[in-house]
Every structure is written in C-alpha cells, then in structure tokens.
Design a protein around this ligand. Structure first.
Ligand SMILES: CC(=O)SCCNC(=O)CCNC(=O)[C@H](O)C(C)(C)COP(=O)(O)OP(=O)(O)OC[C@H]1O[C@@H](n2cnc3c(N)ncnc32)[C@H](O)[C@@H]1OP(=O)(O)O
Length: 223
C-alpha cells in the first residue's frame, strides 16, 4: 500500500490521542507535528517531533511530500481558526479523518473530512457528521443524528436518535441527550448533563436534568 505522508497540527494531549489513532491506520505515515507554541524538535509522541509551525507547512509539504493531515486541537473555536489559517497558507493541504479501527460506523452514515473518531465510538445509521468534528472515546451518536462542522462530543457522550448538534457546540464528558433534541450552534453542554429539552444557540446548559446556566459568545473558553 502506498502510504500518504501526513502531519498532525497540535501536539497537546489531544494531539497525542490523534497520533495514536493514526498509528493504527496503515494508509498513513505520520511525519510529525505542527505546533506554534513548541520548539521545533520537541518530542511529542514516541520519536515523533514538532517539525515547525503553520507558516512552515508549504515548505515542509514540498520537502517531505506531505499531502495533508488533521488539526488536533480540542477547543472547537480555536480548531476552526487554525483550519482557516491552513487553508489560506497551504490550499493543497488535504484534511483527513482519523478513525480508530475499533470505532463502529454505519455504512449509511455520512462523514465529512478532518474529523476525529476515537476508540469504541459508535456512529449509527443515517447520521450525518460535518467537517472537523470530534467524536471522542466511547461516544455514541445514534441513528439519524446531525453534527455540524466543528461540533464535538467528549468521551462517553450518548445521544438518542434524531438529535442535532449545531456548529461549534461542545457536549462534555458523559452527557446524555434525549432522542429528538436539537442543540443550537456555539452552545456548551456540561459534564454529566442529561439534556431533555431543546437547547438554544449560544448558551450553556448543565445538571440533571440540564438547565440553562448562561449565555455564550463565539470563542468563549470551556476546556
Ligand atoms: C479527553 C478529555 O479530556 S475531553 C474533555 C473533558 N472535559 C469536559 O468535558 C469538561 C466539561 N466542563 C464542564 O462541565 C464545566 O464544569 C462547565 C464548562 C460546564 C462549567 O465550568 P465553569 O463555568 O468553570 O463552572 P464552575 O466550575 O465555576 O462551577 C460553577 C458551579 O456549577 C457547578 N457545575 C459546574 N459544572 C457542572 C456540571 N457539569 N454539572 C453540574 N454542576 C456543575 C459547580 O459545582 C459550581 O457549583 P457551586 O457554585 O455550587 O460550587
């Protein structure tokens, strides 16, 4: 098999998880990491190091025949900013999906590009996943769900059927979302929440049952 040379952008804990998943995908050879906040040469995952920052990408792509990779930044808003930067600096960079071999994805689900689908995640029939989403370890996205671009579900999130999760919205660790619920864009569901009512855009909800706890603006931190 002809392997594609790729990079992971972001070398935090989340970047290491993505590198680990890619080590199980024989179609890719991970060359290293791109990170603006670490010195070139810093070891991040086994022998793999930081190769440079985003501005170095065009030269690296040419020198090492790198075709693309994935942005591995957990914060949904920051991830979108970095994707936009890379699209401007290196238009030929091809975003890939990192999918752990233990993930179970229905043949009838639709998956965009730039997504992370971690170990033991399940994406059931008819689900539509946008671009640059995170479906983290053991998360379950049930039938006919929709996840818009840059949305994320943390480990052990479970959704019922026909749930929609708006762009940039983060559903935190262990949350449960009742079937048929719509969660607007740029919202935040707290850890362990049980969401039984529709969630408006730009809002924070948590608790059991989840209640609205505040308003949010684009880019507000949550991790
Ligand atoms: C692999 C990975 O690591 S993936 C990432 C995993 N991490 C997560 O999912 C983190 C998710 N973050 C949360 O759930 C956070 O608690 C947030 C974002 C909802 C709220 O954070 P903050 O705004 O900083 O709230 P803060 O910690 O100040 O708490 C305010 C109050 O709400 C309560 N509270 C906070 N979060 C929750 C929650 N999820 N459920 C119930 N109560 C909560 C606190 O106990 C506190 O109550 P008190 O005033 O009576 O003491």
């Amino acid at each position: 098999m002809q392997q594609k040379n790729i990079v992971v952008i972001g070398s935090s804990g989340h970047g290491k998880v993505v590198a680990d998943i890619l080590s199980h995908m024989p179609e890719y050879r991970l060359a290293g990491f791109i990170d603006t906040n670490k010195e070139k040469g810093t070891r991040c995952f086994g022998a793999l190091t930081v190769l440079g920052n985003e501005a170095d990408l065009p030269a690296l792509m040419a020198a090492q025949q790198i075709s693309g990779g994935i942005v591995a930044i957990g914060d949904n808003w920051i991830r979108s900013q970095v994707v936009a930067k890379i699209q401007a600096i290196a238009p030929a960079f091809a975003f890939i999906n990192a999918i752990h071999p233990s993930a179970v994805i229905s043949d009838t689900a639709s998956i965009g590009t730039g997504n992370l689908i971690a170990a033991n995640a399940v994406i059931n029939t008819g689900a539509v996943i946008g671009h640059h989403c995170i479906i983290n370890t053991m998360a379950c996205i049930e039938h006919d769900n929709r996840m818009d671009d840059y949305a994320s579900v943390a480990p052990r999130v479970v959704t019922g059927g026909n749930v929609s999760i708006g762009a940039y919205t983060a559903v935190s660790i262990g949350a449960v979302v009742k079937h048929g619920i719509s969660i607007g864009e740029q919202s935040l569901i707290g850890a362990g929440a049980v969401v039984l009512k529709p969630v408006d855009a730009f809002s924070t909800w948590y608790g059991v049952p989840a209640r609205k706890m505040g308003e949010r603006k684009a880019g507000d931190k949550y991790l």
